[in-house]
Design a protein around this ligand. Sequence first.
Ligand SMILES: *Cc1c(COP(=O)(O)O)cnc(C)c1O
Length: 234
Amino acid sequence: MTSPERRDELAANLADVRARIAAACAAAGRDPAEVTLVAVTKTFPASDVRLLAGLGVTHVAENRDQEAAPKAAETGDLTLTRHFVGQLQTNKTRSVAAYADVVESVDRPRLVTALSTAAVKAGRTLRCLVQVSLDEAEGRGGAAPADVPDLAAAIAAAEGLEPGGVMAVAPLGADPAPAFERLAGIAAALRSDHPEAGAISAGMSGDLEEAIACGATHVRVGTALLGGRRAIVR
Ligand SMILES: *Cc1c(COP(=O)(O)O)cnc(C)c1O
């Protein structure tokens, strides 16, 4: 698709998503300025990142370093806050620390250590969110709720890292609202230990309304903004 057509499509999708966020905020009695839209651009080209930035998007996310690193390089001239939201192997932390501003998927102490070393080497500060597992029987990553306080403390103590809050993905095939309510409780406890760590990253294309009702400060939206992704076999 040529750029002007793609630009129009992204502009229309962005207007729809912003309207959904505004309506959800109105329903929850919240100020839309409290909710940051993070565009999840995985599987889409750097040209889409550029178009979205031109349309006013300021936060973008990727979930695989192999894809994120070259895309960040191609769009390095843009002023964007770059989030990493995928499961992260420690051997990728050095690469991720070079371009990411926020790592939302911190779920184990070993990763805190590796990210800290990488951030110091890169001379950068990484904002780290603790990814919380809200689903007992899943494989999408995330720390058990009971482990969140220790992980947040480790992040706060680590050189080159700062605690940002929590991130979660709603359980597959279940009502997201109770899960997001649990997350809000976990987030409140974390914030009482680390007042600066107020982010609650929850809600995607299908459940951003429920997340905003439960206090989400960041919604991570892919499909509703960019369209359907081709399945990636991993
Ligand atoms: C892909 C992805 C999203 C976006 O999902 P959509 O349903 O396409 O909006 C959000 N969060 C994470 C962690 C993702 O991997």
